[in-house]
Design a protein around this ligand. Structure first.
Ligand code: AMP
Length: 213
């Protein structure tokens, strides 16, 4: 049986968001991206959004308590009853422990592996649509009209934390705080390592295969 209670692990720019969006169509379970939820909270000007802002802009992780509360609330929604794709969560040992403490039984952890020298240019050239969240790249996947989303004609922008100044800190946060989770879940036998380089469709096929074995 194909796993539907998933975590996508991988460094910033590894393709978690892109692949999650494809996966949700195929699996019919929601993508839960803490990065998207936090950016949404910031746009809406909520207390949470204001608290998260300085951490995000510095490329640091937002405190566990804030993110855990956000995910708990989202996972309690009815659409997550049959499964979920956790994209960008957990990112620390404490966040992984919170899943266990709340009886949230993850079936599969897909570890999308991409070397740093590939991640950096991917992040630096990334452009996101303000309206629909579609992701583009100035060199590898440019929009047909500069600054205009191919999907919805919305305006595209560069995330502040995709700047050359902030990228190294995000990579460091990943290595120090998140990468150890691979071992944590490997001890349960639920990690599948997937090569995150190359054609998007080929990567997607590898992920589906990882959910079946
Ligand atoms: P992302 O869109 O996943 O790259 O996340 C963007 C930023 O949001 C990160 O650099 C963190 O500042 C924050 N963030 C997202 N998810 C988490 C998380 N699980 N724990 C702590 N901070 C997070």
């Amino acid at each position: 049986m194909r796993a539907t209670r998933l975590i996508l692990l991988g460094g910033p720019g590894a393709g978690k968001g892109t692949q999650s969006k494809r996966l949700l169509e195929t699996l019919g379970v929601p993508q839960i991206s803490t990065g998207d939820l936090l950016r949404e909270a910031r746009r809406a000007g909520t207390e949470l959004g204001n608290q998260a802002k300085s951490f995000m802009d510095a490329g640091a992780l937002v405190p566990d308590s804030l993110v855990v509360a956000l995910v708990k609330e989202r996972l309690a929604q009815p659409d997550a009853a049959g499964g979920y794709i956790l994209d960008g969560f957990p990112r620390t040992a404490a966040q992984a422990a919170a899943l266990d403490d709340n009886g949230i039984a993850v079936e599969r952890v897909v570890n999308l592996v991409v070397p740093d020298e590939v991640l950096v240019p991917r992040l630096a050239g990334r452009r996101i649509c303000r309206e629909c969240g579609s992701s583009f790249h100035v060199d590898f996947h440019p929009t047909r009209v500069e600054g205009v989303c191919d999907v919805c004609q919305g305006q595209t922008y560069q995330r502040a934390d995709d700047s050359a100044e902030v990228i190294p800190q995000r990579l460091r946060a990943y290595v120090e705080q998140t990468a150890p989770l691979v071992e944590f879940y490997a001890a349960r036998g639920i990690v599948r390592t997937v090569d995150g380089q190359g054609d998007m469709e080929a990567i997607f096929a590898r992920i589906l295969e990882a959910l079946d074995r």
